[in-house]
Ligand binder design. Sequence first.
Ligand SMILES: C[S@@+](CC[C@H](N)C(=O)[O-])C[C@H]1O[C@@H](n2cnc3c(N)ncnc32)[C@H](O)[C@@H]1O
Length: 266
Amino acid sequence: MDKHYDNAAVDRLYNRIWGEDIHYGVYLHEDDSIELATGRTKEVMADPVPLGSESLVLEVGCGYGSTARYLAERFGCRVVASNISETQLEHARERTRGSAAEALITFEEADYHELPYDDNSFDCWWCQEALVHSPDKPRVLAEAFRVLKPGGYAVVSDQIFRPDRLDPEETRAVMARYHTDRLSGPRDYAEMIRNAGFTLVEYRDWQEHAATHRRKILDRMKDLMPELREEIDPDTLERNYRSWSDWADLARDGKLGFDYYLARKP
Ligand SMILES: C[S@@+](CC[C@H](N)C(=O)[O-])C[C@H]1O[C@@H](n2cnc3c(N)ncnc32)[C@H](O)[C@@H]1O
């Protein structure tokens, strides 16, 4: 179980650097801000999904709830936004209070490997940059398939490493961070999605956006370092700086990407 985000110092760091979106942006211009680009990601991910005010969406791994708020506000749909991290759920509830989306969203604690929801109950299952944390991705996708209604859509984006391009030391570092002994690349994701029973409707390789986003996140961390040193313990800062710096290099070198899959339950 990845409880990374429940650590108070890690939570503070993500809040300060990533803001409310713990996901990559889609950049049209080099000087797009992180916030503009992450807003665009939600938009382009949702564009092909036929959602409306009658739709019921299940978001898993919902972070600080920004995508749930976006979907509810754009489509008027109801969203069950779930997460394993109680710390993030608390922030998500706070940030949603008083917003136009509040009446449409419920925030619930749930592990995406074992969802406490009935079969065939959602129109859309949304998993944005959260599958990377799972040691058993086929099980997560089997749960998605189970809770979706026939004809329902699974929307997935993820930070996906390119196992065939990583050298042995890089492979070891990535596996240690994600507590896994196996790395899945983009083709493995497509295969897992099909093996769960889905029809894959669309795939997009957004590798260049991963490179831009990782560089911008690292630059922001460098700029804010004097303030961060006042607020966050040196060990957390050092550990995260090292891995974000490594991930920025991997993304620049095409070894870490960002991919989008849209799938449908027949
Ligand atoms: C990189 S963050 C993405 C958050 C959010 N989807 C976003 O895009 O802003 C990964 C999320 O996956 C969640 N997560 C990790 N393991 C999980 C699990 N077993 N079940 C549900 N959520 C999980 C984390 O708590 C975190 O919210």
